[in-house]
Design a protein around this ligand. Sequence first.
Ligand code: EPU
Length: 416
Amino acid sequence: MDKLLIQGGHRLSGDIVVSGAKNAALPILCAGLLTADTLQLSNVPQLQDVSTMLTLLRQMGLRVEQDGHSVVLNGGAIDKLEAPYEMVKTMRAAILVLGPLLARFGEAKVSLPGGCAIGSRPVDQHIKGLQAMGADITIDAGYIYAKAKRLKGARVVTDMITVTGTENLLMAATLADGETILENAAREPEVGDLARLLISMGARIEGVGTDRLVIQGVTSLHGAQHAVIADRIETGTFLCAVAATGGDVTLHNTRSNLLDAAMDKLREAGAILTSGDDWIRVQMAARPKAVSFRTTEYPGFPTDMQAQFMALNCIADGTSHVTETIFENRFMHVQELNRLGAAIDIEGNTSIIKGVPHFVGAPVMATDLRASASLVIAGLAAHGETLIERIYHLDRGYDRMEVKLSSVGAQIERVK
Ligand code: EPU
């Protein structure tokens, strides 16, 4: 298994090109199931979750051609309406095939995802929404069996805001009979990006970017071209890395208005941030200041940035409180950061972080995707050498992270 070896203490400077968003690309690839025509996608990040999704879609009979960051999909010959446990257990986002399969083919068999490292993460809201649209759903031996001659438009109010739940129901509603209203919809930019693709495929959707999506179902969707939006979490991860090590880096192919909340907190921490239409520059000269925050749904502070910002708080001047409100178990990085010399206590869903002058390099273990990113940031800022094990978590969601960091002066290498 690959590991990352980091010699800490190097300031970062230069330019990094940000990749397309993982969490936009995954639902967008599933939208290929909604049409018999061709989708031409660009700015698709090259990472493990995308490969897993493409393998699953191929198994279903979707024609897939991948050339670098371009992916061409054709759903003219889909013959297997199933997502098996082996795929769903490695990538929960596989649940996103449920809505499109049911809407276009009238049936689907999808494994229940089960729990994961960051929380129990049920999919009851996906199921509740599809049932409201007339689907007949049974759960048997760990699988969701869904059937519907044709889904019917309905008003769906989810119990909580769910990103993939909104995306699944949105895709299903595009081909339903009549009007669907999704209340309490997730406003994450990745939902908006999916909606824009669906509109260019002929879907009729209003309220994009708001918490109320109104969809008039159509009988079929056609092919389209689409460029995936920038990855705001990759962007924020690099911003935190520079804030932790000090330096001056410009990120390209990304937009500051995708991550206002995290950028405001970085400014509070002392980073100087400037931006244009498709770039953000971060400059950091002094030790960071401790900054408290709580994670919330978009446009609030993203849970997917909590671990990385916590790494910054660990070496900040002062004490901070970080409260996680989205997932019940998303503090697995805390013990590993403490192994690197941090002083973090957990009380319920809040971490109390007393800033220490610096991290001290040590062997650590990655536990989930964003936890891995926080360990990379800590390793870059640490005195000495850090060896991070189980980086397959990192490879799931970051496009060649160590290559990009090396190009701005980090001493980081992949070892076998
Ligand atoms: N929830 C339910 N029932 C449901 C759906 C969600 O109880 O049917 C709960 C979840 O357990 C959680 C909360 O609602 O406590 C929010 O979960 P949500 O459904 O929004 O999360 P998700 O759609 O499974 C996506 C991202 C995650 C990101 C979250 C929150 C994708 C593929 N994944 O997950 O990304 O953390 O939204 O923003 O879009 C990551 O990239 O590292 C990652 C975990």
